[in-house]
Structures are given as structure tokens and as C-alpha cells.
Design a protein around this ligand. Structure first.
Ligand code: MN
Length: 506
């Protein structure tokens, strides 16, 4: 990958001024990294150029691509951040600064031989870096991907460290951002270095097993294709093979028997409209016998990272077990690219809105990012937030719940009804009187589950109580409740004071 190729690629995506800015960044970075070499022996500049190229191929906006070019100049070439800001603007500087901080946090994590950021300080650093601008983590993922693909030049011990950190921190992060394809790329590369013997074993096992079924699957594909055509449904049908790493993880669950894994190869049916997904499901169930317990509707209840699809596993007349994944083009795009899809250069409006108001313009399934930014705000103000709380905010699993109207809200796993009420609106939280979940009365201290429909019964006279402190788990709800309690105690004091004064005047 050379400079010229990067610019040619950029020309297909950005306007002339943007490409010029990118060119200036390449010249600047080339000077900064002059004389430096990668361990592969290549000039250092190759690395930032490939990082930027990856970001462009993910469809990222121009500032992210420029940050990709400049991402190592502060940390590895001694460039001042102020210089980047004056040459390339505030937003690029924020991104470069964020990536530098993530690298520093992760370097410190390695020092303590722990890969998950368990010490609070590192965790805060990581949070602040990401919280400044979520694009930071996307640039970091592109950087990591190239480092993983050149891992063979590093000493074995370092290879393992980077591979493990990638599997434990960056893979899950990509997953949390819904970036399915990147997650898989990171996992495959990292796993092949972390456990090369197991990786090879799995690969051979997979190949043997797939050889048997690929031909049969081709027949099913044609069968389904014809059936869909008869119903005038326009669909793309593709085979998708399970990744080696996810096969490895799943095998551990089924005691190592590959015949117990039904989704080794799945058929993906991509249609235009959401309603068609359900029609396709019906057609498939008409053709083959479904395994009822394996039918999953991730369209009405998306996975916590926003993934949407219908899944079903069927048994063909020839006794072959096949998994189908049915989704729209848009769902497919999101499943593959996740958060990156929100910053596409085709739609600069979204990126602009995000830069202007970093809290409100993200898709609802990424609300946790806004929450994260709220936590970061508190950290910057010097507020003490417990390590556990930080951990939940960064790596905790999320659940989706619905309002009776069908709006979707996302909360950390273990969230209580009051967390939901405060997420809807602080006034709804304040006047919460009781809760109905899926139509039934629900106690204040009973956690919500993924897919719950939560109704808050409010009473105007209802007031937040001190005891509620134990009944909220999110930083957001805690902040709102605390502010209300403070207010009401001030109001209480004033009204007591007034009545005392009144009594005195009489
Ligand atoms: Mn780098």
C-alpha cells in the first residue's frame, strides 16, 4: 500500500478539498515518521497509511481517515497535539489525542499483566479517550487490525500479549459497537497467534466437515431460491461459514462434538423489507421442519448490540440440519459495520450532528455511548465513581426493554425499573408510583429482562425517596435521583422555615 493508492481510494469517497487535506496529512506524517521503521523492515509510514485505508474502506468520514494517518505522530514521533490542532483542526486533534490515550492505557494494562483494564485509573483513561469521541475506538480498531496482521515480525511473547489483549478487549469492543465483520477479523487473527495448534486443528476439522455438506447445501439453496421466486420475493441467498474462533468457543460448550453444532454453515437470506423477513420464515417452515426451540426473532427484540435478524434451524427431508438467517439489506449493513455505518461519508449530516452534539444523535441501540459520555463528564469534574460502576459502563452486557408504545430503550444488564423510568424522563422517574412489566405488577427491586415491556405508573403527588438510592443502578438514574433529592430537601427546608416564620408572625 503506497501513498498514491491511498489517495486514489480517497478520491472515490471524498470531495476535492477533503482529499487535499488528507494529502497534507500524509506529507506531515511522512516527515514526522521519517527514518522510522516497522519491525518488518518497512518504512513506518506504511502503518498509518494502511490504517487510514482501512477506515476509508469502512466508509468512515474524512476526519477519521486523517486521524488514521496521524494516529501515531504524537506517541511515536514526538509531535505536539497543538500542532495537529492548528494544522488539521480541533476534531482531528481530539481523535488523535483519544487514540494516543487508549494506547497509553493499554500499555499500562500490560505492565500489570492484566489485559482487561481492572485498575480504575486505566479504566478511567480508556473511558475518557472513548468518551471524548466514539470514533476514537473505530480508529483504534483499524490500527489494531493492521498490527495484528503484521504480528509475525514480533517476538513470540509479545505476539501472545497483543493477541490476548485483542481477544479480551478489542474484540468485545467491536462487538459492542455492532461491528461484526471487524470483530471476526480481530478474533481470527488473534486466536491464530494465541493458540496456533488449536487454531490449525479447528481449521482442519472445519474443512473436513464443510466438504461433506457444501454440495448438499447448494441443492437447498436452489430449492429455497425457487420457492421465494414463486412468492415473488426478491432475495439474495449466501452461505456464511462460522469463524474458527467462534467454532472453538462453541465446541467447548458441546463437549467438542462438531456434529452438535448446527450453524457451522448457515444460509443468509437478504431481502428488502422487514415484513418480507417474516414471509420468508413462513415459506421456509413450509418447506422444511423447523426446530422450534431454535427460532429466534432478533428483529422485534434486537441483540443488545443492535443486531437484527430472524434465525431458524430446519431439518430437510434428507435429514440435513441447516440454519437460516433472514434480514433486510439495512440490517445486514448494520450487522457487518455497526457503529461505523453511522459515520458514513455518504451521509455527512449524521457525522456533523454528532460533532455538534455528541450525546443525542446516535442510534437508539447505541444509547450506552451517551451514557458513557455522561460518566466521562463526571470523571472530568473529579467526581469519584466506583470501579465496579465504571466496569459496568464500559464492558457490561446490555438489555433492551420496550415502552408500552413500542419505543426501545437499552440498559445495563441487572437494571431495575427505576433505571428505566429515569431513562425515559427524569419527571417520569420522580413520579414513579408502581411498575407493570409485561402486564404484571413488578417490584421496584426486581431486575428487568431483555425484551420486557415496561410501563411506569405515575402519580403526580409521588415524590422520590431516600430509599430509592438502593433501587437505581445506572449512573444516569443515580445522578437524576440525587439532584431531585437535593432539591426536595432544599424545598422541604424552605417550607419548614416558612411555616416557622409564619407561626412566629402570628
Ligand atoms: Mn499505530
Amino acid at each position: 500500500m503506497k501513498k498514491g493508492e491511498l489517495i486514489d481510494h480517497a478520491k472515490q469517497c471524498y470531495d476535492e478539498d477533503q482529499v487535499k487535506k488528507l494529502e497534507r496529512a500524509i506529507t506531515f506524517a511522512s516527515t514526522a515518521h521519517a527514518g522510522q521503521k516497522r519491525l518488518s523492515g518497512e518504512p513506518y509510514i506504511i502503518h498509518p497509511i494502511i490504517t487510514a485505508d482501512t477506515l476509508i474502506s469502512w466508509g468512515m468520514d474524512i476526519d477519521s481517515a486523517i486521524a488514521g494517518v496521524l494516529h501515531d505522530t504524537v506517541e511515536d514521533a514526538g509531535v505536539e497535539l497543538a500542532q495537529i490542532e492548528s494544522l488539521f483542526g480541533h476534531d482531528v486533534a481530539i481523535l488523535v489525542d483519544g487514540v494516543t490515550k487508549v494506547s497509553q492505557a493499554s500499555a499500562e494494562m500490560k505492565k500489570y499483566e492484566t489485559y482487561l483494564p481492572k485498575t480504575k485509573d486505566n479504566l478511567s483513561k480508556l473511558l475518557i479517550a472513548i468518551g471524548q469521541d466514539v470514533r476514537v475506538i473505530i480508529v483504534k480498531l483499524a490500527d489494531r487490525l493492521h498490527n495484528l496482521s503484521t504480528l509475525k515480525y514480533l517476538p513470540v511473547e509479545k505476539q501472545k500479549k497483543i493477541a490476548r489483549e485483542s481477544l479480551e478487549v478489542f474484540g468485545p469492543m467491536a462487538d459492542k459497537l455492532g461491528m461484526g465483520r471487524v470483530r471476526m477479523q480481530i478474533e481470527e487473527l488473534a486466536f491464530s497467534y494465541l493458540d496456533p495448534i488449536e487454531y490449525k486443528k479447528m481449521k482442519i476439522m472445519m474443512k473436513k466437515r464443510l466438504g461433506k455438506s457444501t454440495r448438499k447445501l447448494g441443492k437447498i439453496r436452489t430449492e429455497v431460491d425457487n420457492a421465494l421466486k414463486q412468492h415473488s420475493i426478491n432475495a439474495d441467498i449466501n452461505g456464511r461459514v462460522k469463524s474458527i474462533y467462534s467454532l472453538h468457543k462453541k465446541l467447548a460448550k458441546v463437549d467438542g462434538n462438531i456434529d452438535d453444532i448446527y450453524d457451522l454453515m448457515a444460509l443468509r437470506v437478504v431481502v428488502e423489507k422487514k415484513e418480507e423477513c417474516y414471509v420468508v420464515l413462513g415459506i421456509l417452515h413450509g418447506l422444511y421442519k423447523p426446530m422450534v426451540s431454535r427460532i429466534k426473532d432478533y428483529i422485534s427484540t434486537p441483540k443488545p448490540n443492535g443486531y437484527q435478524s430472524l434465525h431458524t434451524t430446519v431439518i430437510t427431508p434428507a435429514e440435513q440440519i441447516v440454519e437460516f438467517q433472514i434480514r433486510t439489506q439495512k440490517m445486514h449493513e448494520f450487522a457487518e459495520r455497526g457503529l461505523a455505518a453511522s459515520f458514513h461519508y455518504h451521509d455527512q449530516k449524521i457525522t456533523k450532528a454528532y460533532i455538534e452534539n455528541r450525546n443525542t444523535s446516535l442510534p437508539t441501540n447505541l444509547q450506552w455511548i451517551s451514557e458513557l459520555q455522561e460518566v466521562v463528564g463526571k470523571l472530568k469534574e473529579g467526581e469519584e465513581i466506583s470501579k465496579d460502576q465504571l466496569y459496568i459502563d464500559l464492558f457490561g452486557d446490555r438489555i433492551f426493554v420496550h415502552s408500552p408504545k413500542g419505543d426501545i430503550y437499552d440498559l445495563p444488564e441487572g437494571a431495575l425499573p427505576l433505571d428505566f423510568a429515569y431513562l425515559v424522563h427524569s419527571d417520569v422517574g420522580r413520579s414513579a408510583y408502581s411498575f407493570r412489566v409485561n402486564g404484571k405488577i413488578h417490584a421496584f427491586d426486581k431486575p428487568l429482562q431483555n425484551g420486557d415491556i415496561v410501563e411506569v405508573v405515575t402519580k403526580k403527588t409521588s415524590q422520590p425517596k431516600q430509599s430509592w438510592r438502593q433501587l437505581v443502578t445506572t449512573t444516569h438514574a443515580k445522578n437524576k435521583l440525587q439532584a431531585q433529592l437535593r432539591q426536595s430537601s432544599v424545598a422541604g427546608m424552605i417550607s419548614t422555615a416558612t411555616s416557622i416564620l409564619r407561626r412566629k408572625t402570628y
